[in-house]
Design a protein around this ligand. Sequence first.
Ligand SMILES: [Cu+2]
Length: 386
Amino acid sequence: MKRLIAAISGASALTAGAAALAERTQGGISMLPANSALAEEVHFFHNWILMPIITVISLFVLALLLWIIVRYNSKANPTPRKFSHNTTIEIIWTGVPILILLFIALPSFDLLYKEDVVPDGKQATYRGDGQTADFVFANDFAEGRKLVRPKHLEVFVDDGSGAQRLKHRDDYRLSGLGDAEVVVEFETPPAAGTSIVVRGGRSGISVRGCPLTARYFDACEKHIALAPTMTIKAVGYQWNWQYSYPDFGDFDFFSNLLPEDQTTSELYLLEVDNRLVVPVGETIRIVTTANDVIHSWAMPAFAVKIDAVPGRLNETWFEAAEEGVYYGQCSEICGIKHAYMPIAVEVVSRPEFETWVDGQRALAGMEPMFGDDVKLASAATGDNAN
Ligand SMILES: [Cu+2]
């Protein structure tokens, strides 16, 4: 019954999902579009660091091959020279690859770290009264994650005309970095009624849409990712996924491939009966494990690929930037139906997410957590997905 209701709700969003996917993949040879700031960083690394290096090396080796084939074949060069060592060339072909690997390793380790360490950023909101210029932000992070540099804080003000990010030193100064409390001192006290938001944390991710040149010089504006608002557990089975939401009553459901006659040709092998549903713009911790053999939970739009290993828990995170339906697949060969356990994530607004949670809780016999009876009724009839 639970699956049936969710299947109905999924089907209504199918057409939109199919159109979006066809648009994304039409004639495409590149990555699926990034739907998170971190995925953009990953795509930049792949498209603009790895690909140029790989291309240049391949063309260089090809040119060398052709040159040798043409210039030094037995007809063109009947009496070959017989030396076997050349110190200069050995230094070059050892040294240059080391430099190339180092150049690749630095941004690569940075990305691995960002994917591996779940953000712990937090934000505090204050209200200006026209007199107070100092605002205290608790530096109560774990050891090694405390705020010690100006870049570990972001300050925004909103006087009603939209949030504006302030500049350190120009607009405010910081004292107490590394101590238990950091004080944000404004040059001029914010006007009465101004909303002040201070965000602190070490999980700085380059903003979306940062220009290429800035990315090359690591000069993108950073945005501090906040601590997860929820954890989702994904368990790989031969051959489907089970998702549970421990923060919302630990309801769970299985996500199965949608049969060919229930979906479109574009979405067959990608669409599922019950999608994973998450709210947009929030940090989501995803914990993976498996029930039988190793699987891998992969979602290209968020640049997430993490093994699901029996007997252990792996974790990573993502923050979806835009609403929509995103597809991935099990990415660890796990048996005869490995190709038939797709992953579909539906990113919705916070209110839609809460309605969906209450609907799932109702199915599991739990009281609603967020909504009123109206919300609950609409969720239970299955029109919660759109
Ligand atoms: Cu699998």
